[in-house]
Design a protein around this ligand. Structure first.
Ligand SMILES: O=C(O)CCC(=O)C(=O)O
Ligand SMILES: [Fe+2]
Length: 355
């Protein structure tokens, strides 16, 4: 079942990209973006923005979430598979070395052993270019820009998370995600908005811990954001659990939701299997109370250097790097010094406005 009411993705858009798959080709299976090639990130975003369906935006506006099935092409998924497997075991690897892998935590400072959000957890940026690029896929950024109505968003978060059958209780209560994403609470006003997303890198079946989500239609009229509880338990709010819907989706799909959207991770009831996802989010740059991506311990890391050097200038901007043309680059000494810090970054575009 799908939660959007439209089955298996989208009809072919006639782009003629010749992709062969098990289902209909998705309209998003167009030329992938490659940083620092002929196309800028801006142009790639514009290309993907044209593919966004008005009804998907309308669904998000009405329900507080939308699921886009199979936005990643089979080729992208194949690369993504190889990429997550550099960080986490497949199910077969996991079960063949269960003792060793059971305690695998990843490197995230936000890994809380035993919590329902645990699992193996790595934070963006990763030691892998494909994973980094997936986190800021031009389609995801374009969709967030469309919802926010501006094109200068910043990345809020990035986590690669693996959950394995039999290794923990992942059953959560319905909640909104804001406690570590804003100092206050997420208001309705999209002037300052943070847009979270979960990209599913493996098939999610009912027994592999789907995300459950509740439409705004059920939560907004009741002002559940304002009742002082972030977690709404089954005991106290049974009626919410009657209207929640599972995001049962094929690998390569994404749920784009909001910080006001009630949702939850659920138990893996299958005996075998794992669910690998990447959380990301993008927010408007006008709200210091919101989503301060905690760069402090990442700046200067090998992963951050790797991300910055591989990325396009428009992608660096997503994490706060001064944009091309910004007055920061007016001082030629500064441009050259940053070039020395990151010898692999092409400084030519930044050099252009050095006076
Ligand atoms: O993993 C999921 O599907 C959702 C998890 C979640 O909502 C959370 O950890 O805040
Ligand atoms: Fe959550």
């Amino acid at each position: 079942m799908t939660v959007n009411g439209h089955q298996n993705g989208h009809a072919a858009n006639g782009a003629g990209n010749g992709v062969v798959s098990n289902g209909d080709p998705s309209r998003y299976w167009v030329k992938p973006f490659v940083p620092n090639g002929a196309e800028s990130f801006e142009d790639a975003k514009a290309r993907f923005a044209k593919l966004i369906r008005d009804e998907d935006v309308a669904h998000w506006e009405e329900h507080g979430y939308v699921i886009i099935e199979r936005f990643l092409s089979p080729q992208e998924l194949e690369k993504a598979d190889a990429a997550w497997q550099t960080h986490m075991p497949t199910w077969d690897e996991y079960i063949s070395k269960e003792v060793a892998y059971k305690s695998l935590a990843g490197t995230s400072g936000r890994h809380v052993p035993g919590s329902t959000a645990a699992g193996v957890r790595y934070d963006f940026p990763y030691a892998n270019d494909t994973l980094n690029q997936l986190a800021i896929h031009p389609f995801l950024v374009a969709f967030a820009e469309r919802l926010a109505g501006r094109d200068d968003l910043l990345m809020s978060l990035g986590h690669l998370i693996g959950k394995y059958a039999g290794n923990g209780n992942f059953e959560q209560s319905l909640h909104s995600d804001y406690s570590n994403n804003t100092l206050v609470i997420p208001s309705k006003d999209s002037t300052w908005i943070d847009i979270p997303m979960i990209t599913y890198l493996t098939d999610v079946t009912l027994d592999l811990g789907p995300t459950y989500v509740v439409s705004h239609q059920h939560t907004e009229p009741r002002k559940l954001m304002y009742d002082g509880f972030r977690h709404h338990t089954r005991e106290d709010f049974p009626e919410l659990y009657e209207v929640e819907k599972p995001a049962v989706v094929p690998a390569g799909s994404v749920i784009i939701y909001s910080m006001r959207t009630f949702h939850r991770g659920s138990a893996i009831t299958a005996k075998e299997g794992c669910r690998i996802v990447q959380f990301t989010g993008f927010h408007t740059p006008n709200a210091p109370w919101m989503a301060p991506m905690d760069h402090q311990h990442r700046m200067g890391s090998a992963e951050m250097n790797r991300f910055l050097c591989y990325a396009d200038a428009g992608q660096r901007q997503l994490i706060g790097f001064p944009p091309v043309g910004h007055a920061y680059w007016n001082d030629p000494d500064v441009v050259e010094a940053v070039g020395k810090r990151y010898p692999q970054i092409d400084m030519a575009p930044y050099r252009r406005n050095a006076k």
